[in-house]
Ligand binder design. Structure first.
Ligand code: HEC
Ligand code: HEC
Length: 384
């Protein structure tokens, strides 16, 4: 007994820390009701289904348990698609995060219940391995992010939402199964449920995955795009859009990284229209930096960039090729492609100067990153 407690203590502590325990409601042991079978913890342990690749699933930051459950995931899925969580019943998470677009929005700047957003809703995929959420990485976990979105996008009124959820027999049962306790739903469980669902939004089946796993053969165009543009000084793409760790397709293994890819012109660090990461850290060298986005499913998830300024991937490629903007925090690999004048100062714009053929080859490679099985995954669809 004592030994077990000794082993589990550090683990439980770690989970609490990960879950940002300061904001957690007090967890008390509640006596189960023998007349209510759902009051016992009976969630069904979730096992990842993937025939393409084996990978480690990260621990969940959930103070109540140490594994995902089928019921917790279904709960989160319903919450994600449910407009009742918004203050006026008009918006759900899924309103801006559309499955056919890899859970991105179809428009540059959506309107939430308070007014227009500042940025474009990005694709949501393989978030379980992502160390920071939002374009500026301001939320550390999916649950914290869901809480942020529920308040700032949906205008959730917790008391009303909880009353609705408790009155619904399907929800009431799922909450009990997912969190293994009877009694009332609490707000934090809403976000932990959404987190469970989004942790299972996993994509590993694009052609790019097969190529990088050596399970498919490069065509000559793909070979050029991969070896002589994407992974070479011609395009520099790999520095920021790394695809290491097989299925992540971003720099997550090194922790979240933020860069300035030459999108915003700015004479000084204080002139970036959107300061991005800098607004969070207050550090001058972070001004104008944004999270390096994963390029998984990029072809279906436009419009592109934090402000959704580009409608098509052709436009993005043209930007890297022909209109990189100089600014003080432009990344070193971007600056390599901006020339200097005779006095040694950077010109206002530059580019990687890709030929029409190279642009097409790069486009083929970006299209290879689409995993249609993700967009068609029945487990991610609207459950209502
Ligand atoms: C009105 C549109 C809208 C709604 C509704 C909305 N989102 Fe978002 N979502 C956004 C925008 C815009 C961003 C990017 C904002 C930023 O980076 O500053 C975002 C970012 C995210 C991210 C970060 C992804 C990443 O890779 O960094 C997650 C996760 C997310 N939303 C989940 C949710 C959940 C869960 C809900 C429901 C509780 C929700 N969103 C509701 C627009 C919306
Ligand atoms: C110095 C780092 C860096 C390099 C090099 C780089 N990118 Fe990016 N890329 C970024 C960042 C950061 C963003 C997000 C910028 C923003 O929204 O302000 C981005 C955005 C994108 C987007 C839009 C993604 C979305 O979800 O909206 C695409 C597509 C893209 N890059 C492709 C490429 C390709 C192809 C190359 C090589 C030719 C490349 N990038 C080179 C850092 C880089």
């Amino acid at each position: 007994m004592k030994r077990k407690a000794l082993y589990t203590l550090p683990f439980a502590f770690l989970l609490l820390v990960l879950a940002n325990c300061k904001r957690d409601p007090k967890i008390t042991t509640v006596k189960t009701n023998p007349n209510d079978p759902d009051s016992l913890y009976q969630g069904t342990k979730y096992v990842i289904q993937s025939n393409a690749i084996t990978f480690e699933f990260p621990g969940i930051s959930n103070p109540y348990k140490d594994s995902l459950t089928v019921e917790g995931i279904l709960l989160g899925r319903r919450l994600f698609y449910d407009k009742h969580l918004s203050v006026n019943g008009t918006l759900a998470c899924a309103s801006c995060h559309i499955l056919s677009r890899s859970f991105a929005d179809s428009i540059p700047i959506a309107t939430n219940v308070f007014g227009p957003n500042k940025r474009k809703a990005p694709r949501l995929v393989n978030l379980a391995w992502e160390p920071a959420m939002f374009w500026d990485g301001r939320q550390p976990t999916i649950a914290a992010q869901a809480q942020d979105a529920a308040h700032n996008e949906l205008g959730i009124q917790a008391a009303n939402a909880i009353a609705y959820l408790q009155a619904d027999t399907v929800y009431a049962r799922l909450f009990k199964k997912a969190f293994g306790r009877p009694g009332t739903v609490n707000e934090r469980e809403i976000y932990l449920g959404i987190q469970e669902f989004l942790m299972t939004a996993i994509s590993v089946n694009s052609r790019f995955d097969s190529l990088s796993r050596g399970q498919a053969t490069f065509t000559p165009d793909e070979d050029t795009a991969f070896n002589y543009i994407f992974n070479a000084t011609q395009g520099e793409c790999f520095h920021c859009h790394a695809y290491g760790g097989n299925f992540l397709m971003a720099n997550y293994l090194q922790g979240q990284t933020y860069r300035n890819d030459g999108l915003q012109a700015a004479p000084t660090v204080n002139d970036y229209k959107d300061p991005g990461r800098g607004a969070i850290t207050g550090v001058s060298t972070d001004m104008g930096l944004f999270k390096n986005p994963s390029l998984r499913n990029v072809a279906v998830g436009g419009p592109y960039m934090h402000d959704g300024r580009y409608q098509t991937l052709q436009q993005v490629i043209n930007f890297y090729s022909d209109s990189l903007q100089y600014s003080p925090n432009a990344d070193q690999f971007i600056l390599l492609h901006i020339a200097k004048d005779t006095a040694g100062n950077y010109l206002p714009t530059g580019g990687m100067h890709l030929s029409a053929r190279q642009k097409n080859q790069l486009l083929i490679l970006l299209n290879d990153m689409t995993d249609t099985s993700y967009m068609n995954n029945p487990a991610l669809k609207n459950p209502f």
